[in-house]
Every structure is written in structure tokens, then in C-alpha cells.
Design a protein. Structure first.
Length: 271
């Protein structure tokens, strides 16, 4: 068992799992409580356009993904504040446009994109040291922004109307939240891929929500739950020689279903 830690790619994958869990626990908790899962999916799929742009320009695709994700989150936030377009329609358009642009950019790129599938479905075993450093920077930004704005983000999450009544600029903090979602999406792309990002953003926080209604404790629990699920999925995928991102999501989904049925049985007993 211990011999696998001798490999650098395993150590990188473990670091990536922990870093991704921190971002998921923090941002995912707000997403689950506020029911912003569809928005997260829209931003994630829009990021594929940035991945394609990165290949076209010959830079790390994650930098392109950051650019496109921030554009998508800004666009959704602006349109939401103006209320002159359906938010769902805008997200759907960005979702499709990002994927289409990604395909076009990749088709225009010289040569063959060998690790393209890792951006769609994830390959945590292929996370490089540069990407670990990028994940650390993104995590620092996410943690710092949430700590500074925690009370305001908590207020708009639980009671938007009351927040407006007491003078909180709700649109501003929604914009901050969408930017945090964009950064978290980029963090998760190499872990589980664009297609599976929604699950990893929502499952640990959803499990945590079953045990507490406090957003602070929910975030803490979600981080530890995420670390446990990701590491379990990582080691299973390594020993079973299966795609890591898919195994992590399957393990997380099974855990969620077990907790869901356990809580359902518990509620029936209480009645």
C-alpha cells in the first residue's frame, strides 16, 4: 500500500484531491443552499471554449478555462441583475456556445490534442506540479474572498429579500459568488473533468446538509467529506485501473444515496 506514495503523480493527485475538496466544500455549500447547480454546469461547459483557446494559442488550457469561466460568470451576473433576459436561457446559450467554440478552436489547432479527454472527464493522475501551484493560488483566492465577505454571502444565501431590506448590495455579492464558482470550476477540471464538475460541486455539500443547517459547519463537514470521497475514489481507480474522475463520482454518488436512504429511514422511525 505505502509503495504507491513513492510515485510523484500519486502525491500530486493526493494534493489535488485535498485542494479540490477545500474549494468544493466552500463554494459547493453556497451552491447547494442557493440551488445554483445549473449555473455551475453552465460555467463549467463554457470553460471548454477556454480549453480549446488554450490549445490554439499554445498555452496551458487551464489559463484559457479561467478566462472563459470568468467571462461566463460575469455575463450571467450582469444579465441576472438587469432581469431583462431569462437566466436559464442565457446559461443554456453560454453552455452550448462554450462547447462549440472549444470544438472549433481545437479543430483549428495544429497537430493532435493528446490529453483532450482529461479536460472532459478528468484525469487526476495526470495533474502536473504547475497545475498544483495554480490550484493553490485559486484556493487562496477563494478562501480569502469568502472569509472577507462571509457574513454578506451568508445573508444573501439564506434570505435575499431581507438582505436587500437591510441595505446589502445583493447583485454585488451574487457577482462575487459567481466568480467563486468560476474559479472552483477551473480547479475541478483536471480532477473530474468538465462533464462531471456539477456532481463534485454538489454531492459533498449535499451530504453535509443532512447533518447541519449552519453554513459554517456545513462548509467544514463538506471539505472533510470531499477529501474522504476523493481519496477513496482515487485509490480505487488506481488499483482497479479505471478512470479516476468517473470512479470518484461513482463513489460520491453511492455515498450520497446511502446517506439519503439512511435519513429517510430515520425520519420514518421518528414518525
Amino acid at each position: 500500500m505505502t509503495e504507491i506514495f513513492e510515485y510523484e503523480f500519486i502525491r500530486n493527485a493526493i494534493f489535488a484531491s485535498i485542494l479540490a475538496s477545500i474549494a468544493c466544500g466552500i463554494v459547493g455549500s453556497f451552491i447547494v443552499v442557493k440551488r445554483l447547480t445549473f449555473i455551475s454546469g453552465g460555467i463549467a461547459h463554457t470553460a471548454y471554449g477556454g480549453v480549446g483557446l488554450g490549445y490554439l494559442l499554445g498555452i496551458n488550457p487551464l489559463f484559457g478555462a479561467i478566462f472563459f469561466s470568468l467571462i461566463a460568470s460575469t455575463g450571467i451576473s450582469v444579465m441576472r441583475s438587469k432581469k431583462n433576459q431569462s437566466e436559464d436561457t442565457l446559461i443554456g446559450i453560454m453552455w452550448a456556445l462554450g462547447m462549440a467554440l472549444g470544438i472549433i478552436f481545437i479543430s483549428l489547432s495544429p497537430g493532435y490534442a493528446p490529453d483532450l479527454m482529461s479536460y472532459l472527464f478528468g484525469n487526476i493522475l495526470a495533474v502536473s506540479l504547475l497545475e498544483i501551484y495554480l490550484m493553490i493560488i485559486l484556493n487562496i483566492i477563494i478562501v480569502a474572498v469568502v472569509m472577507i465577505n462571509f457574513k454578506k454571502l451568508q445573508a444573501i444565501t439564506f434570505d435575499e429579500e431581507y438582505s436587500r431590506a437591510i441595505g446589502i448590495n445583493v447583485d454585488k455579492y451574487y457577482f462575487i459568488l459567481y466568480l467563486l464558482i468560476a474559479l472552483t470550476v477551473v480547479l475541478l477540471i483536471k480532477v473530474v473533468g468538465i462533464i462531471l464538475v456539477i456532481a463534485l460541486l454538489s454531492i459533498p455539500a449535499s451530504i453535509s446538509l443532512n447533518f447541519t443547517k449552519s453554513i459554517g459547519r456545513m462548509i467544514t463537514n463538506a471539505i472533510f467529506i470531499g477529501v474522504g470521497l476523493m481519496l477513496l475514489g482515487l485509490f480505487l481507480s488506481y488499483y482497479l485501473n479505471l478512470p479516476s474522475g468517473s470512479v470518484i463520482i461513482i463513489v460520491s454518488s453511492i455515498a450520497y444515496l446511502l446517506i439519503y436512504f439512511y435519513k429517510s429511514i430515520e425520519k420514518r422511525r421518528e414518525k
